[in-house]
Design a protein around this ligand. Structure first.
Ligand code: NDP
Length: 297
């Protein structure tokens, strides 16, 4: 199996390079020219078409995205090109070359007014530009009629890239007091767990990939179990940090969102129900705390 992977320098894409290794030939492509002379920029549809026709993959995994949630408010066209339009182009080209598509989306497609975890049946209603562009990307893939999985995840962290975990670990070493929002609830999810789960799902269908993807095509929620606030997440990060002796931090303060205004509005509640993915593929998702413990231990 030949797998074309976008976003391989990102949190999830980086981990995918490792977890996909035993499933086939993984060809990472990004904005830098690769060793195979390939370059893809999702804001430039021609580069997408060119690379897919060159590589002729059996599967395309799109882990690339415009993920700067606040910046997207002032760069809506670029965010829409990368998150909304490009997935549709990828899907069209996949259909043309007979490939399947795996794509990632976000809890921010929901408005956050619910009090119980969102299922795949719940109606999206994004509150910010990023969420709107990601929802457009989901719809663009679905409109093409290619075999696909859309995996919605949330609050992604890992040991590389830009994320809440790394920011908190840094701030704990720089500041005596940190104030963190306590009225947004979701599920922190380790990039490594997302990549492992993706590979485990795929490994169930490698013998007849297209049939496997076609018969299970759809949206799936993929996050760690449980839920917490950003404050709750920060608290456990500091508890689990194996180098706590380096901390300057003395006081962690819970604050409401209005005391930490951001350009993009975030949903107050964006926990995702993972029942569908668990029962379809027989996977179990450990708690966010257990994942975090393994990530920072
Ligand atoms: P990252 O921000 O860590 O990585 C984004 C990747 O996309 C990088 O490899 C980046 O490449 C690439 N990229 C960005 N713009 C372009 C472009 N124009 N052309 C080609 N490549 C581009 O993302 P994550 O790993 O965190 O996210 C993976 C998926 O999960 C995404 O679909 C995201 O929407 C989704 N998700 C993420 C969440 C999070 O908290 N981060 C939460 C919920 C869902 P480069 O090195 O060139 O910048």
């Amino acid at each position: 199996m030949r797998i074309l992977l976008t976003g391989s320098t990102g949190q999830v894409g980086w981990e995918l390079q490792r977890t996909l290794m035993t499933l086939g030939e993984v060809i990472p492509v990004g904005r830098e020219v690769s060793s195979l002379g390939l370059r893809i920029d999702l804001s430039q549809p021609d580069t997408i078409r060119h690379v897919i026709r060159q590589v002729m993959p059996h599967l395309i995994i799109n882990a690339a995205a415009y993920t700067a949630v606040d910046k997207a408010e002032t760069e809506p066209e670029l965010a829409m090109a990368v998150n909304g339009t490009a997935p549709g182009v990828i899907a069209e080209e996949a259909k043309l070359v007979g490939a399947g598509v795996i794509h990632y989306s976000t809890d921010y497609v929901f408005n956050g007014n619910q009090a119980t975890p969102y299922t795949e049946q719940d109606e999206p209603n994004p509150q910010n530009v990023y969420g709107k562009t990601k929802l457009a990307g989901e719809k663009a893939i679905q409109a093409v009629g290619v075999p696909y999985f859309i995996l919605r995840t949330s609050w992604v962290y890992g040991l590389r890239g830009k994320n809440f975990l790394l920011t908190m670990l840094r701030l704990a070493r720089e500041r005596e007091e940190i104030r963190v929002v306590d009225d947004q609830v979701g599920a922190p999810t380790w990039s490594r767990m997302i990549a492992e789960s993706t590979a485990q799902i795929l490994s169930q269908g490698t013998k007849d990939l297209i049939n496997f993807l076609s018969s299970n095509s759809g949206i799936y929620h993929l996050t760690a179990s449980g839920q917490t606030s950003w404050y709750g997440f920060a608290k456990v990060i500091f508890e689990y940090d194996s180098k706590r002796s380096e901390h300057k931090l003395e006081k962690l303060v819970a604050i409401p969102s209005h005391e930490y205004p951001t350009p993009a509005k975030r949903p107050a509640y964006s926990s995702l129900d993972t029942q569908k993915i668990s029962s379809t593929f027989g996977l179990a998702f450990p708690s966010w705390q257990r994942n975090l413990e393994l990530a920072v231990g």
